[in-house]
Every structure is written in structure tokens, then in C-alpha cells.
Ligand binder design. Structure first.
Ligand code: CA
Length: 448
């Protein structure tokens, strides 16, 4: 469930590298029978996102006269459906792109270089999160650099924040964590132990300190301990280090040693995302895409910086999804106009932000939004701090495909179950990841 939620908004690609070649044509559906201009826009999202985007697009059509045919998919169907449209020479004029897919879509000629058109549009790129814009820049060798050609604009940036159940902490008489000072790991574990209780006295626990997911939460722990997945230029895998191992071990220990999370069997009956929403979990991650749902829950919550495992400072990841244009669009000008409208028009942004599905793309709009009185969550500023200051790209965001990264999760279960040490596991897994990373680098060179 949480994986699905994350995919809906911000996550990295898990699909394989593309070997498909784009051909001509944006498809029969993209031209109306009467000769009216119609462009197609393919995206993904849940009901809230779909409604918000349809409202924004209706306004675009009203303003420009350009009709937009919308194709929306579930989050986990999107990559497959987009690949099928590429294979069928039926690429939508405008579509969401994942950071980790960008290089292969550029290499196979699917994505249009929109640098000049965006420049000419008058959009003030300096008022959009720099990380978001740079995510879709590629200079032929490196993605994410400020000098690369632009192959899309950000649909959003997705700061992955941390939250706590304020109502639960207050009921337990626990002082609320400071929004500006991260909890140390020991402090976090100590509070989590206080919160892990059998409230109704039937002999089984019904409230827990936390309940995290290794695939989405380990990054913060490793980074705050000074570890990382690779070296800076993404050529060497560096998971077999004491800093990385300590972080992964502490993750597993939350369940097996500290016992502050639901057990495997508790989590099987109701996953931790559902238990958090039921008010049974004290600390839990919060992304902007969760806010529309979390604001309707029966308890109050707020955002805080992630607890720190070591002394490298609080850390978390910052995702992004982009919006790109087909290199074979029959209406490239209108297609780019839709991209700049969705990414950077103040009215369109307001529609999307009012739906509580993302933080504003425009920095001045975001600052006003964070300062709103009565905002929920109150500390919206934490999202902005992640977007502006301390959020980091996912380890595979700018590599050519993510297989090397996915390999870490493949056989990790014995570590999570306390049957293998983190250090042993990482020692045996690093060479496998390195082989896959080497392959990805070779593929990138071949494609380039
Ligand atoms: Ca109980």
C-alpha cells in the first residue's frame, strides 16, 4: 500500500532500461475528427490527483482553445503502459517521466529537447525548485546538471518528510519533538518504547512507536550516519561500509531488538500504513501526496525532521516526477505550452495545491502556502526545507536504470527478520550491485 502511494507521486523507476526505438506519429487519437487540435496527456494518479489535473486542464483548454485528451493510469501500471505506447509508435504528446527513465527516453529519441521553447515561454525557472528543474536536464553524459538541455519540467518535487501522531504523544504525556532539532536515534527509540503498549490490557500490544519500510526509510538512516549507496559520480557501489551497515542494523533492530514496531504477524494482518491511519503508530513518514488523506484522520499530526542515526545531520530523499513532450508530437508548441502551464502557471499550481496532493512548484507560492495560518500539518515548512535545503536525490535517480539499486532489496528479508547481520548481507550483496551498476554504465555509453 505504501509503495503504491509513493509511486503515485514521487518515486524512482523500477522498470528496466528501454531498448525501444521511437518512430513517428503521436497516434490517431491525437487529432480530432473535425480538425480541431487535440493533444494527448498521459499521467498517473489516484482519484484526488485525477480530479485536480482534470480541473487544471479544463482551464488550460478554456484559455488556449487547445483540447486535451487525458489518459490516466494507476501508479503501478504507468511505466508498462508508457512503454507499450512507445513500442506501438503511439507516444502521447505530453506525459509524465520518471527521473531514472529520462536518459533512456532521450537516447531512444522519445523525448523532445524543449530548452528553447521553455526559454521563449517566459517561464521564470529560478522560481521553481532548482532540484526539480535540474532533474530533467541532461547534457548527453550527466543528468541533473544545471547546464544540460531541458527534456521536461517538474510536475512536482516530492519531499519525503517524517511525522508524529500529536494526539498520541500528548495522551502519553510525552513532550512534543522540536520541529527544528532532530531527535537522536536513542531519543527516537526511547520515545518509541514509551509508546509501544498494550492499551486495553488483553495481553497483546495495540500501539507501537513506529513501523517503517526499508525501501523508503533506509535512505534517511544511512545518510544521517554518513553512508551512501555509491561514490559521488555513481561508478562505485559503497554499501559495504560500517556506516551503511550500522544504519541497516539499527533499522532491523527496531523490530527484533527494540521491539517498537508491529511484529511480522501484526503487520501481516494490517500493514503499518493502515495502522498509522488507525492511530496505532506514533511516528511515520509523510509525503505531500499523503496530506489529503491524513488531514481527514481522527488525530492531529505534524512534521519533524527525520531522527539521526549518526552525526551527519538529518537527511531524507526528495523525489520528483517530470512532464515531457514527445519528440514526434504533431503539435509541439501546444504540447510545450501544456507542460509550462501545468508546471509553472500560478493558477494551475493553486488548483493542484488546493487538492492537497503536492507542494507548490513555484517557490513564492510555496512560501505563502507554508506560512498560511491554520495550515495542516502546521509545520509545512519542513516540506520546503527538504525541497530547498537538505533533500537528496534517490540513489538511482540519475543512473541509467535502477536494477543495481533494486538488487539491495531482493534478498534483504533475513536481515529484517534478525537471521543475518546487516554487515554480512552487505558484504555479499555489494559485488552483485557493482556488476549491475557496471552494466548500467555500459548500457548508457552504448545508448549515448
Ligand atoms: Ca491489547
Amino acid at each position: 500500500m505504501i509503495r503504491r502511494k509513493l509511486l503515485a507521486a514521487a518515486a524512482i523507476a523500477v522498470a528496466g532500461t528501454l531498448t525501444l526505438t521511437a518512430c513517428s506519429g503521436s497516434g490517431d487519437d491525437s487529432t480530432g475528427d473535425g480538425g480541431d487540435k487535440t493533444i494527448t496527456f498521459m499521467f498517473r494518479g489516484g482519484p484526488d490527483e485525477k480530479a485536480a489535473y482534470e480541473a487544471a486542464i479544463a482551464k488550460f483548454t478554456e484559455d488556449t482553445g487547445t483540447k486535451v485528451k487525458v489518459i490516466v493510469t494507476d501508479a503501478d501500471q504507468y511505466a508498462t503502459k508508457l512503454q507499450a505506447s512507445v513500442a506501438g509508435n503511439n507516444v502521447p504528446d505530453v506525459f509524465y517521466i520518471e527521473q531514472a527513465s529520462l536518459q533512456s527516453y532521450v537516447a531512444s529519441g522519445v523525448l523532445m529537447d524543449i530548452t528553447d521553447q521553455v526559454d521563449a515561454s517566459g517561464v521564470d525557472l529560478s522560481n521553481i525548485w532548482e532540484y526539480g528543474v535540474n532533474s530533467y536536464r541532461f547534457d548527453g553524459t550527466t543528468q541533473g546538471t544545471p547546464d544540460g538541455a531541458l527534456y521536461g519540467l517538474p510536475k512536482d518535487v516530492g519531499p519525503f518528510s517524517f511525522g508524529y501522531n500529536k494526539t498520541m504523544l500528548e495522551a502519553a504525556g510525552i513532550p512534543l519533538p522540536d520541529k527544528d532539532t532532530p531527535l537522536t536515534w536513542d531519543e527516537f527509540v526511547a520515545i518509541s518504547k514509551q509508546l509501544t503498549v498494550d492499551k486495553n490490557g488483553d495481553g497483546t500490544l495495540d500501539q507501537w512507536g513506529t513501523g517503517l519500510n526499508v525501501q523508503w526509510n533506509l535512505q534517511s538512516m544511512v545518510w544521517s550516519n554518513g553512508g551512501d549507496w555509491t561514490n559521488e559520480d555513481h561508478t562505485e557501489v559503497t554499501v559495504d561500509t560500517p556506516e551503511f551497515a550500522e544504519a541497516l542494523q539499527k533499522f532491523a533492530d527496531l523490530t527484533n531488538v527494540e521491539k517498537v514496531t508491529p511484529s511480522a504477524s501484526d503487520a501481516a494482518t494490517l500493514d503499518t500504513y493502515q495502522r498509522w491511519m488507525a492511530g496505532e503508530i506514533g511516528f511515520f513518514p509523510v509525503g505531500p501526496w499523503d496530506v489529503s488523506v491524513y488531514n481527514d484522520l481522527d488525530f492531529d499530526y505534524d512534521l519533524i525532521p527525520w531522527p539521526t542515526v549518526g552525526d551527519a545531520g538529518t537527511a531524507t530523499w526528495l523525489g520528483s516526477l517530470g512532464i515531457g513532450v514527445s519528440a514526434t508530437s504533431k503539435y509541439p508548441e501546444d504540447a510545450v505550452k501544456l507542460v509550462t502551464y501545468l508546471s509553472a502557471d500560478a493558477d494551475a499550481q493553486q488548483t493542484l495545491v488546493d487538492a492537497n496532493i503536492q507542494i507548490p512548484n513555484l517557490i513564492d507560492v510555496a512560501e505563502a502556502w507554508a506560512a498560511e495560518e491554520g495550515a495542516e500539518p502546521a509545520n509545512r515548512q519542513e516540506f520546503l526545507d527538504i525541497a530547498q535545503d537538505y533533500g537528496r536525490a534517490m540513489p538511482a535517480a540519475f543512473t541509467y536504470g535502477a536494477e543495481w539499486y533494486d538488487e539491495l532489496w531482493t534478498n534483504i528479508q533475513p536481515v529484517l527478520d534478525g537471521k543475518q547481520t546487516a554487515a554480512d548481507y552487505l558484504k555479499e550483496t555489494q559485488p552483485k550491485m557493482q556488476t549491475l551498476l557496471d552494466e548500467s554504465i555500459a548500457n548508457a555509453e552504448q545508448a549515448g
